[in-house]
Design a protein around this ligand. Structure first.
Ligand SMILES: [Zn+2]
Length: 177
């Protein structure tokens, strides 16, 4: 007799993204900064800071008293994520006057086959081997490279008789919330 491996009714959940063919994957956060003030801050010499070609670096010679240190307007990227987090945190604590940090997380659009309408799981039912009569959990049945079942107890080939309940059959006959 064919064993019917039933779908766990409680596991059936409607996919909020049913039929969607597009997903958005968050990419690495991108940190840019703008510093404006007297003196060149120490953290600028860090390897994880990129100044220049992408955003303009403008070092304006200072006038008057501050000419030794200079007045800087610097824009750039912070590539080192650890440094970016540290500076961002320290900025909120007002430790870096003149520094503005902007963290932007961009997403990438990915296209794929249509998402299923429902998610669900099957029960891990016991199925009997026709060779050794062992009762084996459906999830423990091994498969060969051609997806033919192999009994984990006796090594029998295609010795189980079962089928998985189909969601469509439930949807036709049962009302799901
Ligand atoms: Zn067996």
């Amino acid at each position: 007799m064919t064993t019917l491996i039933k779908i766990i009714r409680k596991s059936i959940k409607r996919n909020p993204h049913a039929f969607s063919t597009t997903s958005y994957i968050p990419l690495r956060p991108e940190t840019t900064f703008k510093y404006e003030g007297f003196g060149k801050p120490e953290w600028l010499d860090n390897k994880g800071v990129y100044i220049g070609e992408i955003k303009a670096e403008r070092i304006i010679p200072a006038k008057g008293k501050c000419s030794k240190k200079g007045y800087f307007i610097i824009e750039g990227h912070i590539i080192d994520e650890g440094l970016s987090e540290k500076l961002y945190r320290e900025c909120t604590e007002k430790k870096h006057p003149g520094l503005n940090i902007n963290v932007e997380i961009k997403t990438q659009e990915v296209h794929h086959i249509s998402e299923p309408e429902y998610f669900y799981k099957h029960k891990n039912s016991l199925v009997e081997c026709s060779e050794c009569y062992a009762k084996v959990r459906a999830n423990d049945i091994r498969k060969d490279e051609n997806m033919v079942d192999i009994c984990p107890k006796c090594g029998g080939y295609d010795t189980f008789d079962y089928k998985y309940e189909k969601l469509d059959d439930i949807l036709k006959t049962e009302i799901l919330i």
